[in-house]
Design a protein around this ligand. Structure first.
Ligand SMILES: [Zn+2]
Length: 215
């Protein structure tokens, strides 16, 4: 592999700053993390979006959350077809290996992936319909959510689709036999959240009403 290049200086400098301060002041704690292994209580599935910052929202430290990020925080249905399934692999390890007690799907406002799905399903993004589009084929997971959107303006319908990405992911999680069994035996609870980035607000999915309400 001769294509890799050294890190840009600004990242090297930031790293040395962290090593000299945060790391040095907490060296014992980092050593213990390394020796004890990880025992996170929760797994979080969130979007790749750089503004979604789950550890900040919950004030979480290293070792607390097992985090998987993908475009639009989606979980595909259980499909053991022998192909590459990064999200399903992360979920499998969290539940059967780490035995986390909580599995949280976190959606967010202004999600570009969800907007792409919205445009694709509206016929405005033919490039996403191509078989070769990784984003388009990934967003197929959310297609059923578009069909169920209420009437309204584009902004409110996109936000409803962001929340549908959370609910569909929760539904798909339950198609995994090891998740279904863990939920039924109360070893695991699953949770749906949606984060308004500009407002800093967090809404939780209420299965009784099928709606999200502020925490
Ligand atoms: Zn997003």
């Amino acid at each position: 592999m001769h294509h890799a290049r050294p890190l840009p200086a600004y990242l090297v400098n930031r790293y040395h700053g962290w090593k000299a301060t945060v790391y040095t002041e907490n060296r014992g704690w980092y050593r213990r993390l390394a020796e004890d292994g990880q025992h996170p209580r929760s797994m979080v599935i969130s979007c790749c979006d750089s503004r979604v910052h789950v550890t900040s929202i919950f004030g979480a430290d290293q070792g607390e959350f097992f985090i998987h990020r993908n475009i639009a925080n989606l979980v595909p249905p259980f499909n053991p077809d022998g192909h590459h399934h990064g999200t399903s692999a992360a979920v499998e390890y969290a539940i059967t290996g780490l035995k986390v007690a909580h599995l949280i799907v976190l959606g967010h406002s202004g999600c570009g992936g969800v907007e792409g799905c919205y445009n694709m399903c509206s016929g405005k993004a033919p490039e996403l319909e191509e078989a070769s589009s990784f984003v388009g084929r990934w967003m197929d997971i959310l297609r059923p959510g578009f069909a169920d959107l209420p009437d309204g303006d584009d902004a409110s319908r996109k936000q409803a689709l962001e929340k549908a990405s959370v609910v569909i992911s929760l539904e798909n999680l339950m198609t995994f036999p090891f998740i279904n069994a863990a939920v039924e035996s109360e070893r695991l609870s699953i949770h749906g959240l949606w984060n308004d980035i500009g407002e800093g607000s967090l809404e939780g999915y209420d299965p009784k009403t099928g709606q999200f309400k502020p925490l």
